[in-house]
Design a protein around this ligand. Structure first.
Ligand code: CO
Length: 135
């Protein structure tokens, strides 16, 4: 069921500063344009590092799901890892049968790549928020 690591996401307080750090200081060659995702409460940039991507997330709007995370981690921090799966509904059913908690109403949402995504409760996966994306 578990496929490739699609991306590692970092919550950042200042997206422009994070882009500058990745592009100019770290020398990342492939940095996407910022994309506002109001239904997810974030603005997102993807840094392609060849074998995976780094997703930089900045809060968007008043009810951003990463606002509380940034209150606890004001300089930013690792927010989630995203794995690819072939069939997201089959993956959800298998995880729920194993006792894992799927966040929200359990139905996939369309994520930043235009593909269905789900999030799994961090307490079920060793303190790490896990995103699944249908590849
Ligand atoms: Co993500």
């Amino acid at each position: 069921m578990l496929g490739r690591l699609n991306h590692v996401a970092l919550a950042v307080p200042d997206l422009a500063a994070a882009i500058a750090a990745y592009r100019d200081a770290l020398g990342a060659a492939q940095v996407s344009a910022p994309q506002a995702l109001p239904e997810h409460g974030v603005t997102v940039v993807f840094v392609d590092v060849g074998n995976t991507k780094i997703e930089l997330l900045e809060p968007l709007g008043d009810a951003s799901p990463i606002a509380a995370f940034l209150e606890k981690n004001p300089s930013g921090g690792m927010h989630h890892v995203c794995y690819e799966v072939d069939d997201i509904l089959a993956a959800r059913d298998r995880l729920e049968a194993s006792g894992a908690r799927v966040l929200g109403d359990g139905n996939p949402k369309i994520g930043a790549h235009g593909k269905p995504v789900l999030f799994l409760h961090p307490k079920d996966f060793f303190g790490t928020l896990v995103e699944l994306e249908q590849a």
